[in-house]
Design a protein around this ligand. Sequence first.
Ligand SMILES: NC(=O)c1ccc[n+]([C@@H]2O[C@H](COP(=O)([O-])OP(=O)(O)OC[C@H]3O[C@@H](n4cnc5c(N)ncnc54)[C@H](OP(=O)(O)O)[C@@H]3O)[C@@H](O)[C@H]2O)c1
Length: 374
Amino acid sequence: MAMTRRDFLQASLATTVAACTSSRAAGPGGAPPTPATPSRILILGGTSFLGPELVEAARARGDTVTLFNRGKTNPGRFTDVEQLHGDRNGQLDALRGRKWDVVIDTSGYVPRIVRMSAELLAPSVERYVFVSSISAYDESIPPGSDENAKIAQLSDPATEDIRANYGALKAACERAAEAAMPGRVLVIRPGLIVGPGDPTDRFTYWPVRLSEGGEVLAPGTGDDPIQVVDVRDLGSWMVELSDRRATGTFNAVGPAVRTTMRQMLDACQAGTGSKAALTWVPWPFLEKEKVEPWGDMPVWIPAGGPESGMSQVSIVRAIAAGLRFRPLSDTARDTLAWWNAQPVERRAKLKAGLSREREKQVLAAWAAQGKRAG
Ligand SMILES: NC(=O)c1ccc[n+]([C@@H]2O[C@H](COP(=O)([O-])OP(=O)(O)OC[C@H]3O[C@@H](n4cnc5c(N)ncnc54)[C@H](OP(=O)(O)O)[C@@H]3O)[C@@H](O)[C@H]2O)c1
């Protein structure tokens, strides 16, 4: 069945969401003048992908960290960090009577649940950092859109169906946090977060596939723009903003300059030492073969397609506030090293991208068409 970027997001969410601006104008953006000082940081979550990077970045800066989660995901991940247990969906008692400088919410998907934690914590924290998504925007936003672009709307304001309304619910969560703590919220809207530890295998598909060598199906002309952010760059920047008590709304994705799919795959080859041969197959042919952007060919959104703005959002504000990017080749290298260190069962099947068998079929069909045309 055809799988769009939105479908794929929904499918990924089924495995990553266990439980559980916006219509307000984006804040002025940029880091406020407050100098960065060590903070007491509470993370609602902290043990899957982005959370651990926040923990490491915070500790490296001398911040103290407390995690609040159910103790289900990677329970042994941190043995030397304070962990409070509860459930965001109504069991928040462990947070009562405590004080932190900043709370970072990595696990909010439903406004009712974000409202609960933001209202409870409003008297005991200075800032609420909400991890939203560029999916909070309407998918039709034009390339180059900034933080004031059109927001995705909920057709039913009462819905909590995360799979069907991920982006619009994220936008509603942003509003819920702001309503509970006016002027004290920092909203981060990441694009595709990639790098070591990514549970979704989307970017990971490329370094892994390229490192296997042979003929690799590459989508489009090579000129379509892509956007990703290394989880380590995102994590350290978010902690820096937290230490500075920043507020406002920021798109958070990279690289710093316009980067094409070809440049990304070149970087993956450089980072992994791959000698694979890329065969670029145009979108119309892939469409005919039912090979979908994003779902089958991760990270790729065709430039002329209906969702093309989602891989070309403006990051001017984030860069001005200090977001920096390591080379994509480093991300590819480290992602492959991480992948290769995973248990055999984890490496048995990538969760994203085409199977080798399907890739072979499509490449054969493309070669046959070339022969017919020639
Ligand atoms: N991946 C991407 O490309 C991407 C792009 C844009 C935005 N985002 C956003 O980035 C964030 C990253 O998430 P992450 O999973 O990497 O964060 P994380 O903080 O590393 O992991 C999620 C945490 O939430 C906890 N949790 C889940 N349900 C809970 C509940 N009901 N009560 C208390 N704790 C709960 C989990 O622990 P327990 O299971 O033990 O409770 C886990 O510690 C998400 O908000 C996502 O929407 C991701």
